[in-house]
Design a protein around this ligand. Structure first.
Ligand code: SAM
Length: 349
């Protein structure tokens, strides 16, 4: 039976969050304009009205609240921060803004080069740049500390609800199984936001988070301080250090748009390799061109505003062919707000 109290509480909390992040993003826009950095780029493709964006956001919040009401997953705090810790992160993001804007003005995407690497770590060239002009790229502790508030501000508070669409798909896969006997790998787990929510929803599901950034993995580990641990792997998704057919579920969230086309293919083959026959890939990334034709102008403008060197190709890449070639069969597809969610299954032996 649906728990309407929990459903309403979830909808109300998320609506307040959206309002807060909308205000933050307005503030950042204002600072960007004041610094003479607002984009004058006019996309050739259509751009949705504010009303259309709001309608999709409303649907996202309604779906999230319904899943809480139906017990698909519980009400989940976005992070383990106290309000003070959270406000410190927001303050740090705002202090970093002038530095990031200055680098954007000079098209400098190499602050990452100043971060010393652990001696035993080498990184692929495509990775060592400041994606979205992030100070320190993905390699500094400060970048890891700011990442989540930056992403939430960019998505006006919708990043958490969009990631929970992945959690909803995972919940459907786990239902009816003993979670202790399953294994889930999150490829490019970043600061572990998705895995933390998965852990809170499924306390006994064995979880592994893989990422190239040790700084982000340390932040992820801190995010797990108050819950059952996960396994963390500092590794390249092109060469996953796990045995073939070892995972029941592989998730990948907001990774592919940051990979060159050939790397996307290698990572897909690796994800398929580590999946058990019958196992599922739950994939989320940006919308692609044509997913919501009236929104294509947003996808066109995104890499003009942010340093996202592989996004244009991602936006037209044939993901269907990519996954099919790797033996991953289509199961489900949806487009929550600015994201695309695909569920694929590895054919049983
Ligand atoms: C946009 S972030 C997404 C992080 C997280 N999945 C989320 O939902 O916020 C991209 C992540 O991919 C990681 N990454 C990029 N290329 C990688 C690779 N080849 N192998 C492993 N991780 C990679 C980065 O370190 C970063 O944490």
């Amino acid at each position: 039976m649906r728990d309407s109290m929990a459903m309403s509480a979830q909808a109300a909390t998320q609506t307040v969050r959206l309002g807060w992040y909308w205000a933050l993003s307005r503030y950042i826009d204002r600072e960007t304009r004041a610094a003479g950095m607002s984009s004058t780029y006019k996309p050739k493709r259509p751009v949705p009205s504010f009303r259309a964006l709001l309608e999709d956001l409303r649907q996202l919040i309604a779906d999230d609240a319904k899943d809480v009401g139906d017990g698909r997953y519980p009400r989940l705090p976005e992070a383990g921060d106290t309000p003070r810790q959270y406000l410190n992160r927001v303050r740090a993001m705002l202090s970093d803004l002038p530095v990031a804007l200055a680098r954007r003005a000079s098209e400098d995407t190499a602050s990452v080069a100043s971060i010393p690497l652990p001696q035993n770590q080498s990184l692929p060239d495509y990775y060592t740049q400041d994606f979205h002009f992030q100070t320190g790229g993905y390699l500094s502790d400060d970048s890891a500390r700011l990442y989540d508030v930056q992403v939430e501000t960019l998505f006006m508070g919708a990043a958490g609800p969009m990631r929970r669409r992945v959690l909803a798909a995972v919940a459907d896969i786990v239902r009816g199984h003993d979670q202790r006997r399953l294994a889930l790998l999150d490829v490019a787990c970043g600061t572990g936001r998705f895995l933390r929510q998965t852990r809170l929803a499924f306390p006994r599901l064995p979880l592994t988070g893989l990422d190239l950034s040790r700084a982000y993995l340390s932040e992820a580990e801190r995010n797990f301080a108050d819950c059952q641990p996960a396994t963390w792997l500092a590794a390249n998704a092109e060469d996953i250090p796990l045995p073939a057919a070892s995972q029941d579920i592989v998730t990948s969230i907001f990774l592919f748009h940051e990979l060159p086309p050939d790397v996307r293919r290698r990572v897909t083959r690796e994800m398929a390799r580590v999946l058990k026959p019958g196992g599922s890939l739950v994939f989320m990334d940006s919308l692609q061109m044509g997913d919501k034709p009236q929104w294509d102008g947003l996808l066109e403008a995104f890499p003009v505003r942010f340093h996202e060197p592989y996004y244009r190709h991602y936006a037209i890449d044939d993901l269907d062919a990519l996954f099919t070639e790797a033996g991953l069969v289509a199961v489900d597809k949806s487009t929550p707000f600015l994201a695309k969610l695909l569920v694929r299954r590895k054919a049983s032996a």
